[in-house]
Design a protein around this ligand. Structure first.
Ligand code: F6P
Length: 339
C-alpha cells in the first residue's frame, strides 16, 4: 500500500511531527510513504517524492514542513480535479494535513468521488470545527504571550499605548488566549464589531485610575468602522487583508482620539515560525498516529480530532462545515481584565 502525505495552507509548527508519526506507524504496518510536494499543487502536478527514514530523521522539533506547502485549490485550477483523481492512481490513500481550506478540498473529493483521504487538523488559528484544539495554536499563543510580555516593559517605561496585531483572519483565538495570558487591557477579535468609542473609553478609564500605559491586542481579521473593502480574494475566496494592517489603523485612531503616544507591533509570520512547543509536538504526533490508523482501517473521509484528552475521529464534512469561532464566554473571561 502507498500512502501519500500532503501539507496545505500556511505552514505551522508541528507539521513535521505529524509527517514523522504517519510515516513511522505506516512503515510498521508495512506500507510505503510518499511525500506529495506543496499541498494540492503536488496532487495536480503529480509532484511526488518517496519519504524514507533519512527524510524523516531529526524532523520532530523542526518548524515548517519538509514536503512544502501552497494555497492551491484544485477546484480553481482548470482540469485540476481530474488531475488530482489521476494522481490517486499512484496512491492507495492520502493523508491531508491542513486547515479548513485544505481539508475542505479533501472533504469534497471524498464526498464527490469516494477518494481515500484522511485529514489531520492544522492551523495556528485554532478555528477548525470538530476538534477542541489544532496543533500549532499552542506555539503561536506562546510566541504572542512572550511578545506581549516584552512589549509591556517598553509600554511602561515610555507611558505608551502599545497595539499588538496578531494572526487570526476569521477567529480571535490567538488574540483572546495570548491577551489573557499577557494581561492585555483591551482585546479585539473578528467575531465582534470594533467600537472605537469603547476602546477609547477603556484606555481612558485605565489611565484615569493612575496607569499611564496600555496594551491593546487586535486580531488581523478585525475591521475598523468605515474601512474600505477592495473586494480582492484568494483561491479559496478569502478577502485579502489590507497591506497597511488593522493594527496600524487602530494605532492612529487611538493616538488621535486620546492624545496618548501609541506604537504598533505586527507579529506576523514570527507566530508561525520555528520549533513547536512540547504540547504541539505531542498533539501532532498523536494526530499523525491516528491518521495512519484510520488509513489502515480504511476509514476514509475522516479526520483525527481532540475531544477532551482523547484523540478520536470525526467526519471531514462535520469538521469543515463551519468555522469554530470564539464564543461569548471566552471573550467575557478576557473582558474582566479590560480597562
Ligand atoms: O491560516 C493561518 C494564517 O497564519 C492566518 O492566521 C493568516 O491570516 C494567514 O495564514 C497568512 O497567510 P500567508 O502566509 O499566506 O500570508
Amino acid at each position: 500500500m502507498r500512502i501519500g502525505i500532503l501539507t496545505g495552507g500556511g505552514d505551522c509548527p508541528g507539521l513535521n511531527a505529524v509527517i514523522r508519526a504517519v510515516a513511522r506507524r505506516s512503515w510498521a504496518n508495512g506500507y510505503e510513504v510518499i511525500g506529495v510536494r506543496e499541498g494540492w499543487r503536488g496532487m495536480v502536478e503529480h509532484l511526488f517524492a518517496p519519504l524514507g527514514p533519512n527524510e524523516i530523521s531529526g524532523i520532530l522539533p523542526r518548524g515548517g514542513t519538509i514536503v512544502g506547502t501552497s494555497r492551491t485549490n484544485p477546484y480553481q485550477v482548470e482540469g485540476g480535479v481530474d488531475k488530482v483523481r489521476k494522481a490517486f492512481e499512484q496512491l492507495d490513500a492520502l493523508v491531508a494535513i491542513g486547515g479548513e481550506d485544505t481539508l475542505g478540498v479533501a472533504s469534497k473529493l471524498y464526498a464527490e468521488f469516494g477518494l481515500p483521504v484522511v485529514g489531520v487538523p492544522k492551523t495556528i488559528d485554532n478555528d477548525l470545527s470538530g476538534t477542541d484544539y489544532t496543533f500549532g495554536f499552542d506555539t503561536a499563543v506562546a510566541i504572542c504571550t512572550e511578545a506581549i510580555d516584552r512589549i509591556h516593559t517598553t509600554a511602561e517605561s515610555h507611558n505608551r499605548v502599545m497595539v499588538v496585531e496578531v494572526m487570526g483572519r476569521h477567529a480571535g483565538w490567538i488574540a483572546v488566549h495570548s491577551g489573557i495570558a499577557g494581561g492585555a487591557d483591551v482585546i479585539l477579535i473578528p467575531e465582534r464589531p470594533v467600537v472605537l468609542d469603547e476602546v477609547e473609553a477603556e484606555i481612558r478609564k485605565r489611565h484615569g485610575r493612575g496607569k499611564n500605559f496600555s496594551i491593546v491586542v487586535i486580531s488581523e481579521g478585525c475591521e475598523l468602522p468605515g474601512a474600505e473593502d477592495k473586494g480582492e480574494v484568494d483561491q479559496f475566496g478569502h478577502k485579502l487583508l489590507a497591506k497597511r494592517g488593522v493594527g496600524e489603523q487602530l494605532g492612529d485612531e487611538i493616538e488621535s482620539r486620546t492624545g496618548f503616544e501609541t506604537r504598533v507591533t505586527v507579529l506576523g509570520h514570527v507566530q508561525r515560525g520555528g520549533s513547536p512547543t512540547a504540547r504541539d509536538r505531542i498533539l501532532a504526533t498523536r494526530f499523525g498516529l491516528k491518521a495512519a490508523d484510520l488509513v489502515q482501517q480504511g476509514e476514509f473521509g475522516q479526520m483525527a480530532a481532540l475531544h477532551g484528552d482523547d484523540v478520536v475521529s470525526v467526519s471531514l464534512e462535520e469538521a469543515t462545515a463551519k468555522l469554530k469561532t470564539v464564543p461569548a464566554e471566552w471573550y467575557e473571561v478576557a473582558r474582566t481584565f479590560f480597562g
